[in-house]
Structure formats: C-alpha cells, structure tokens
Design a protein around this ligand. Structure first.
Ligand code: NCD
Length: 333
C-alpha cells in the first residue's frame, strides 16, 4: 500500500492570530526574519525560486472565508499557502450553505471535517471570533474583523517599513484619514508602538476615534493634519470606508459633514494633495493598505511617487503571510 507522507508538525494547541498581541515580540521578529529570507530569495533568484522552496506547509489545508470584499489579503494568503505546498480551500461565501442559514461555526466544523487545518477569515462583525466555539481544532487567522483588527496588514506594514529603516525607535508614523473605521489603523498603531515607533493619528474630526475607549490607540496621539505632516517619517493614508459609515451610528448626520466626505471635497480638505505632500520631510515614505481611491484620500499621481511603497506593501504581504502561515502551523517557533 502507498505510504502516506507525514504532515508537518502542528503546535499542540492550534494557534490563533486574531490581533497583533497574539504574537510575542520574539514571534514578530521570527516572522520578519523568515519573510525577509523569502523576499531575498525572490529578489535574487526571481520567481523561479518558487519551485525550489521547501514544502514546509505540505499536508496543511488552508481554508479562506471572506465575507467582505478583498483582493490583496485573500489572494496573498492563497498564494502564500500554495507557494509552501499547502492546499487551499476557498469558500465562495455567496454560494455556500451559509445562504441556507448554516452558521459560520458549523461551516468551519464542516471544513475541519474535510481536513482543513487553518482558516483565514474576514467578516464585518467585530465579535465574530469571540462567538466561535472553543473546541474548533483549526488554527485561526483574522484577515479583518469589522473596524477591530487586521493583524497581517499591520505585520506587512511594519515589515515594509523595517526594510527601509532597520529600527523603529525615534520614527514617527502618521496614520491619516478615516481612523475611526479602520482596523488597519488599530492593528498597525498597536504593533508600530510596540516596535518603538511613535504613532500620530490625523484626519477629519468626525472620523477621529474615541481614544479613551480604545486600547489600540493608547500609545497614539491625535494631531491636526498641518501639525502632523511635517513630523512624519512615514505617512499611511487610509481609505474613507463609506461602507462602514452606513452600517454605524457614527455616520455624520449633518448634510454639510456628509458633503465634506465626497471625493473631491475630501481631497481638498483632508487628503494628500500635492500641496500637502510638500509639507512632508523629503525622506518621508508613503504607505496605503489599499484599495486606493485615487483623488479622494490621495492625489492620483502620488500613488506612483518614487517614495510610495504601496506596491511594495503588496509584495511584502505575500512573504509575511508565508511566514505567518508557517508560524500558525507550528513550523516557525
Ligand atoms: C484594508 C481592509 O480591508 O481593512 N485593506 C486591506 O486589507 N488591504 C483597508 C480598506 O479596506 O480600506
């Protein structure tokens, strides 16, 4: 009889990465080192190197369940898993039995019964992970839950900056825009502060988070845009997340405030225009988690500015997720 190849070691208790604090500082650095190694291999030897990567995730089955739109996060998780020889089980959430009122927990149990070992989930519900049963044996990765957390985006943002800076101490990272509705701002603020950077938030007052109530922003300060921009060593622009304004009570009620959030008016009042770009240090790096709404949070030509790392973030995202998948499967310490 054919001998079945053994699976890779899995941590005794399935690991979970629901926010950045699920990773210790040492684990974050291991992930960065590993992602750096992957990046160096691809940079020096080109994409052909993919064929000779170690099959560290062979035997793993990575399920992806995206209940909100996604391009970068879903594709890079799926590519990362495939690069390391895991099988990928993407759930078409629109055409699955969830449409027949099956719960997410039962869907996960079903995928687990088929052999899925890791589930990568994105959902608009902040409470999703708290509501999942404890007895799931799958490892879980949060690919974005409502406005709450997006740990892998935070990891790839910090990794991308770390490639340029080597250390975070003394660096100011300004996160600008719709901070209130941004899970990226929450997870990135937390991680960047942990790594030693100073985090400054800025944006329209109506989209300013209530910091007292939010531990993610405990180490960040909010400044007016004119004050914040000249301090920035990196500026991260955020998309105006209109889909969340509709869902939440924080929707600006006054018609004037609402008009202020329309693309052109927003760019002029709060966005990164060419004029505001001139207020930045000549070395300031530009980030954006994507998707970019050109001409809203950022003037279209600045997306391709030589100091823009927007596509570099996307590239890093694959390597960081390869490393994170190894960590979640117990291959990395
Ligand atoms: C972000 C998200 O989904 O939170 N995008 C991403 O994952 N790259 C930001 C956004 O949607 O604006």
């Amino acid at each position: 009889m054919m001998e079945l190849a053994g699976t890779m070691p899995v941590a005794a208790v399935a690991r979970r990465c629901l926010d950045v604090d699920d990773l210790t500082d040492a684990e974050v650095w291991h992930i960065f080192q590993r992602a750096r190694r992957f990046r160096d291999l691809f940079e020096s030897r080109g994409s052909h190197v993919a064929r000779s990567l170690p099959p560290t995730l062979s035997g793993q089955v990575v399920a992806t369940l995206f209940f909100e739109p996604s391009t970068r996060t879903r594709l890079s998780f799926e590519l990362a898993a495939q690069r390391l020889q895991a099988l990928v089980l993407p759930l078409d959430t629109e055409r699955s039995s969830l449409r027949k009122a099956e719960t997410i927990a039962d869907t996960l149990r079903t995928m687990e019964a088929m052999g899925a070992t890791v589930a990568v989930l994105r959902h608009s519900d902040e409470g999703l992970f708290d509501a999942l049963p404890r007895d799931l044996r799958l490892a879980l990765i949060n690919a974005g839950n409502g406005t709450q957390a997006h740990p892998t985006q935070a990891l790839l943002d910090a990794f991308t900056l770390g490639l340029r800076w080597h250390e975070f101490a003394g660096k100011n990272v300004v996160i600008a825009g719709d901070v209130e509705h941004s899970r990226v701002a929450r997870s990135s603020s937390r991680l960047l502060a942990r790594l030693g950077a100073r985090v400054i938030l800025t944006g329209p007052p109506s989209l300013r988070p209530k910091q007292d109530a939010d531990p993610h922003f405990a180490f960040a300060r909010f400044l007016a845009t004119e004050e914040a921009l000249p301090l920035a060593d990196a500026l991260m622009c955020l998309r105006v997340q209109r889909e969340r304004h509709r869902e939440r009570s924080t929707e600006p009620s006054a018609a004037t405030e609402h008009a202020e959030l329309q693309d052109e008016a927003y760019l002029l009042r709060h966005g990164l225009t060419e004029e505001r770009f001139q207020q930045l240090k000549p070395s300031c790096l530009l980030l954006h988690p994507g998707p970019v709404n050109r001409g809203c949070e950022i003037a279209a030509p600045l997306v391709e500015h030589p100091r823009s790392l927007i596509l570099e973030q996307v590239r890093s995202g694959v390597f960081v997720r390869m490393a994170l998948l190894e960590w979640i499967c117990g291959v990395l310490p």
